[in-house]
Design a protein around this ligand. Structure first.
Ligand code: PLP
Length: 435
């Protein structure tokens, strides 16, 4: 009774004043907020009306260590009491920023050793694009400014990042940035594009090691090794967007490590702080760092007020410490296997399930009318499954871009076998009910 009143009070204000990200304005007015979450613990979220749900996507593929870890709240409080903010523009610095940059270098593969911090993934991608272009200009090649990305990629929503995003729905705005090009996942397509546009006009190629929002899509075999070669042959910087994959999601520190190659730059966010504080960044290789130092005469005029925010850095450091101390990446490998076993079990019970895929705790499958011809139902079924799953206490994600009908999962790293089984069992019931 009283919790319902509280919900209604908040819902009325929400409709009137709160403009939601990635949302349908009409639906918000018609339906009001679905959940108004108030607390979280482990893989669970609870809302103002007392309903508990499993957070099977770690919210936005980001709450990797799980909800409710007090150590992170304490790290934030401690840092804020000591030094809430100071700038790192020019030569000023602070310890949490220094320590976090060192930690990222320690975890990163190869010679990726220097980090520029941002508040999230979109601004980190913008930073990478600007830096790549800046670098080529310093090298006396100002015409090298085109950025190539992949179809079905997601890189964020700032003007630069949405211009690089290969999901057309996110580019349906007037006047996004020029000089962005998209290729499918064949090596031939990239070669043809380079041939057509000319390598002397291309600054960088960007890709997620495993595409997230585009449907949990793994790269073709040897894809990134070949990409690396082509980039080297053509003086094109290779940027790995590790915003979802980074810091353990795929069962390794970084997603690209699964594919035997090392990029020139990595873009990071989400998992670096498990969502407890907004922070992202661009990591560059040692040779790139050295060249930038050597070639830059004036000031690199790029920095956000909240670049390396001390509280965010302190929280991220504590998060990375917990991931290490609790061997959470090993758990990602083991529970990732359980998740895939669960998908296979579901596929035996539901003939519509196909295209099972995944790596670590990043998994998905598709719902198909006909497996052999890969045809979908006329209306996406995954949307209904997600609605039904909510009634059974599971917050799952359906992906319907580009005519897909996919269910995607990325639970917190702290998940155990019984909890994986709960997810599978709820999906099983939900699928049965919507058929
Ligand atoms: N890159 C990838 C691969 C992402 O998945 C996302 C967000 O989902 C972004 C970039 C954008 O990050 P943010 O939403 O923090 O700006």
């Amino acid at each position: 009774e009283s919790v319902q009143r509280k919900y209604e009070e908040l819902a009325a204000i929400d409709k009137k004043h709160f403009m939601h990200p990635t949302s349908s304005f009409k639906q918000q007015q018609e339906k009001g907020p679905g959940f108004i979450f108030t607390e979280g613990k482990g893989i669970y979220l609870k809302d103002v009306r007392g309903k508990q749900v499993i957070d099977a996507l770690s919210s936005l593929w980001n709450v990797n260590i799980g909800h409710g870890r007090e150590e992170l709240a304490e790290a934030a409080a401690e840092q804020m009491k000591k030094l809430a903010f100071s700038s790192t523009f020019a030569t000023n610095s602070h310890e949490p920023g220094i320590r976090l940059a060192e930690k990222v270098a320690e975890m990163a593969p190869g010679d990726l050793t220097m980090t520029f911090f941002t508040s999230g993934g979109s601004d980190a991608n913008d930073t990478a694009f600007k830096t790549a272009r800046y670098y080529w200009r310093l090298k006396g090649k100002p015409a090298k400014k085109k950025i190539i990305s992949r179809q079905k990629s997601y890189h964020g929503v700032s003007v630069g990042a949405s211009s690089a995003t290969g999901l057309p729905a996110f580019r349906d705005f007037p006047s996004l940035a020029p000089d962005f090009y998209y290729v499918d996942s064949s090596i031939e397509a990239l070669k043809e594009l380079i041939e057509r546009e000319g390598a002397e006009t291309i600054a960088a190629f960007i890709s997620e090691p495993v595409q997230g929002s585009g449907g949990v899509n793994l790269p073709p075999k040897n894809y990134f090794k070949e990409i690396r070669e082509i980039c080297d042959q053509n003086d094109i910087l290779f940027i790995a967007d590790e915003v979802i994959c980074g810091f353990g999601r795929t069962g390794k520190n970084f997603g690209i490590e699964n594919f035997g190659t090392i990029p020139d730059m990595m873009v990071i966010a989400k998992g670096i702080s498990s969502g407890y504080a907004p922070i992202g960044g661009m990591v560059i290789s040692e040779p790139l760092r050295n060249e930038l130092i050597e070639l830059t005469e004036g000031v690199y005029m790029h920095g956000y007020t909240y670049s390396a925010h001390p509280m965010c850095c302190a929280v991220a450091l504590k998060n990375l410490e917990i991931i290490e101390e609790e061997n959470l990446i090993e758990n990602v490998q083991n529970m990732g296997e359980e998740l895939q076993k669960g998908f296979n079990w579901l596929a035996e019970r539901h003939e519509e399930i196909g295209n099972i895929r995944g790596i670590g705790l990043l998994g998905a499958f598709e719902i198909l009318r006909d497996q052999e011809t890969n045809t979908r139902f006329s209306e996406p079924v995954s949307v209904k499954v997600v609605e039904e799953a909510l009634n059974h206490g599971l917050l799952a994600r359906s992906i319907v871009y580009e005519g897909q009908d996919t269910l995607a999962f990325a639970p917190p790293f702290c998940i155990n076998k019984e909890e994986v089984e709960s997810i599978i069992s709820i999906i099983d019931h939900s699928l049965t009910e919507v058929k």
